[in-house]
Design a protein around this ligand. Sequence first.
Ligand SMILES: [Fe+2]
Length: 287
Amino acid sequence: MIKPEVTSFFHEDSNTVGHLVHAPGDRRCAIIDAALDYDQAAGRTGTTFADSIVAEVEARGLAVDWILETHAHADHLSAAPYLKQRLGGQIGIGRHITDVQALFKDLFHVEKTFNTDGSQFDRLFEDGARFAIGNVEARVLHTPGHTPACVTYVIGDAAFVGDTLFMPDGGTARADFPGGDAATLYRSIEKILALPPETRLFICHDYGPGGRAIAWETTVAEQRARNIHVHEGVPEPEFVKMRTERDKTLSVPTLLLPSIQVNMRAGELPPPEDNGVSYIKIPLNRI
Ligand SMILES: [Fe+2]
């Protein structure tokens, strides 16, 4: 089993963790879930965080094959197009991003020419798809529930689970976004926890519950033993009840509206209007 080298980058503004992954001794790499900086008050994007990933790739002489998203994030804008422009590589996401595009096209009343066929991305992964990062094979598991398009990338002994699981003391992500579903999330988690127990799991968000230091790496065995929401022995109905009740208490993520508008376009900003400026829309009384 190949044990890829993983370097992780913590985006403090959104508590997101991006990952740079490559096989030992192999210069071909993938970047997973990289965030773009966004100052909502000013409506200004920034690349300070993405540039730290670019610097690492360049310093180590790596070549980017893939820029991957585990899902259309609702709490940060994707830096995928910026990274592609700087470093090359193809942007990939799960095939069901088309469902997310169909759900949000109407809400944002986007331009008539917006396609909901996922063509903004370079590659749409089916469940079970396989692709290469240099000499290591990656496998895609469709793991919906948090969103309909969530996928997990299994690369050697490492799995990048997006928001399907948090660290064991953080539990699981919400399942109340449009197209989300708690029972579906439970079944997706079962798929991940059926991987070999020593599988390293890299997660996409951490909030340091109880004041502990930020962390992003755990294992299947640790999750089965200690995940506060889905440790071994928690039946599906109990999880669904907990998740549904908890989701009712959560507020809308601060950057939900800008994030979805941009991320459903593979991270591109909405097309500029005839004055050359791109705008983010706020649908009133719809969320
Ligand atoms: Fe998410």
